[in-house]
Design a protein around this ligand. Structure first.
Ligand SMILES: [Ca+2]
Length: 265
């Protein structure tokens, strides 16, 4: 991380007042976040839901089935970057990224004798904001430009977890190991790296359409207000939050010139 920062700084110093250009880029697209440990908790919650559904389906005085919770991880990513281009193949700058993945599940059981309703729900909402140092390289210019990028930085993460697990009293035996009722906000973050391959199509001078495929490696640590790590199913907290995954983005870049220089090429 520090190595890359040092290289960026050296490269910036190497072209102090060179006639470069400043480029602004915006993009967005689908992203996938692994969240291995958190999704293992979601799978265990779903195993409990299946078990309760199957048991209650056999009882004549309980109606309804609860849907399984969706795994977290698919979402949308938005990014904004600013790059200094000292020459026509290198870009150095910074990037802000915003990614969100959410899932909602809710269902209920109806006890027909008493008209009592038992509610089961679980909502998850994950937001990750990355603040990254960015380096891009154009390695082939053949009308369209093929390039690559390396980024390193920090991801700030928030995860909200709402959970309610009401079981009808007709359920035949005491049920242990239910997910705890929760309304918890976790926050934290961690360092990450990203590598990307991109294709840019110049539309007119200084304006290009860009598409990129990026792989991110990032590990975050999340905790609630009392320092507890996420535990969706109540079997014990997860240690880490794996933010690794792919992003596909499409966007544009715009040459915004360099403030104070009235000449650009
Ligand atoms: Ca757990």
């Amino acid at each position: 991380m520090k190595g890359l920062a040092a290289i960026c700084l050296l490269l910036l110093l190497a072209w102090p007042a060179a006639a470069g250009s400043l480029e602004f880029a915006l993009g967005g697209g689908p992203t996938a976040v692994a969240l291995v440990e958190i999704n293992a908790d979601v799978d265990r919650v779903n195993a409990i839901i299946r078990h309760v559904n199957e048991t209650l389906a056999l009882l004549p005085n309980v109606e309804g089935q609860v849907p399984e919770a969706e795994r977290l991880g698919g979402g949308i990513c938005l990014e904004a970057a600013e790059r200094y281009r000292p020459n026509d193949w290198l870009g150095i700058g910074g990037r802000l990224s915003y990614a969100r993945s959410a899932s909602e599940m809710s269902g209920e059981y109806l006890s027909t004798d008493t008209s009592e309703i038992s509610t089961v729900e679980m909502d998850l909402d994950l937001v990750a904001v990355g603040v990254l140092l960015d380096m891009t390289f154009d390695f082939l210019d053949a009308g369209i430009i093929l390039g690559g990028g390396l980024s390193a930085g920090y991801y700030f993460v928030g995860l909200s977890h709402t959970s309610l697990f009401e079981i009808p009293q007709e359920y035949p035996e005491a049920l242990s190991g239910l997910p705890p009722d929760a309304q918890t906000q976790y926050s934290g973050g961690g360092f990450g790296l990203e590598a990307s391959l991109s294709v840019s199509i110049p539309i007119f001078s200084g304006f290009s359409i860009e598409t990129a495929v990026a792989y991110r490696y990032a590990q975050a640590t999340l905790a609630d207000g009392s320092g507890q790590h996420p535990d969706l199913d109540g079997n014990g907290p997860v240690d880490g939050t794996d933010l690794s995954g792919m992003t596909v983005r499409i966007g544009f870049s715009l040459d915004v010139g360099i403030p104070g220089s009235d000449e650009k090429e």
